[in-house]
Design a protein around this ligand. Sequence first.
Ligand code: PMP
Length: 430
Amino acid sequence: MQISTSKSLFDRAKNFIPGGVNSPVRAFRAVGGDPIFIKRASGAYIYDEDDNSYIEMINSWGPMILGHNHPMIKEAVVKAMENGTSFGAPTAREIEIAELIISMVPSVERVRMVNSGTEATMSAIRVARGYTGRDKFIKMEGHYHGHGDSFLISAGSGAITMGNPDSPGVTKGTAKDTLLAPYNDLEAIETLVAANKGQIAAIILEPVPGNMGLAIPKEGYLQGLRSICDREGIVLIFDEVMTGFRLAKGGAQELFGVTPDMTTLGKIIGGGMPVGAYGGKKEIMDCVSPAGPVYQAGTLSGNPIAMAAGLAMLNHLNEHAEVYTQLNEIGSKLTSGIQDSLNKLGLNYTINHLGSMYSLFFTAKEVFDFESAKHSDTALFGKYFQGMLKRGVYLAPSQFESLFLSTALTDYLIQTIVSAHHDTMKELVG
Ligand code: PMP
């Protein structure tokens, strides 16, 4: 595989962009080697600047649930462009997308559009604080909620990958109001709540975390959080930036039948354009300016092109329930193929899988929280990543990320991925 163009682009980029990339994990630091620079993508494939093609397992970290450059999204964007790219004023399309989101996501009665998942979570915490008049909040170790200061404490995703789960630049004053608990541990939450009685505004979590690799909530865990929040007057926030519109039409909250007070959304909601959103109960969301006193704003929020892409995507998902059956089948076929291959090779590694998300951990132990995720052999993951890339499969360049599958994966492509996995593992440990 020839990657000389990518290599020279990376060398050039490093002179002008910190670390040569606009988001850290893209630099391939955790897996070694230089990143590939992407020229275009279509369906199940992504193409680099040297014209190598790869089967996509990240899909822009989640948004491309129907595969890349879907004609329906492209048409919506091109059509919207004819009327201008930004107005900074209200449009009818914003009402349409708000109505659609409210009809799809159980917890959302009012919704505000923003430009990224980071903005959505930062705003949601501010609103929860404004609504309750309390300062502290609980987050789970290894969960990632974007790069807002108060979330960069034991953060997952790129923060763990780069070895800095706590970032310099976050002041002690900010950090002291973020309380940490291990995921899947209700007792730890009870202890924190008792020690900070009447001071906790919110509990925020990824209901199905993907940012420490994929983990699954234990039976009764999400329900338990719901009960504690009801009892203590705490705002329960599900960060469904990854899981929203992916695990089900209404996200993890629909799948597990637990309705939070607020939800943060991103990725799929913009059909690949930079969009996020936060929403929830009317009485909480009516605290947001100009309905209420909690300030939050955005020049490009509700951007007409982004809304057109998002609407096309959400309308499609809303009208095609079969997408979720298809995604679940793809996820099951792929992970059982990988499990069969591991069995044949006599390897005992852990696969966490739900719908169209999965992670392969290089440990025989169960992975259910941040500590157990850290048992994975990350050096072996780096070699696995390179072996798969060499065989034309593009994985997330970090152990601490979920993979995101799209409906563009045919049976033939699933088989190709499983074969690449088998050959890679055989080369590494066989
Ligand atoms: N929350 C979660 C659960 C995420 O996975 C991410 C990004 N992967 C974010 C928030 C931040 O979103 P963005 O990168 O769009 O700011």
